[in-house]
Design a protein around this ligand. Sequence first.
Ligand SMILES: [Zn+2]
Length: 108
Amino acid sequence: MEEKQVFTTGDRVEQMCVKCGEERGHIVASISKKGKITRVSCPIYQSGVTRRTSTKVGAPYDRARTYRRGQTMMHPTFGEGEVTAIIEPGKIDVLFADRMRRLIHANV
Ligand SMILES: [Zn+2]
């Protein structure tokens, strides 16, 4: 028995996109009579703006890294933060959106 995937318009489909050049979830926009997807609507392309997240956004916080004053990071819980001070080897003060927090980092 052949398993055939049948799509209908509005379905979400993971497929390679020529518009955004990536394999991601797209919405089926039109289907051929045989049930083949002829067009998908691209969430990236549709949003109009190719909003590239600012390069200022720091890499995810990693305690194994060594941070310097002024470096930015993305903390999984606290969000974006900026290192304001190196307290002592292995400890940094990071200013997050709500308040300052003391984090540990690699002590080199
Ligand atoms: Zn796309």
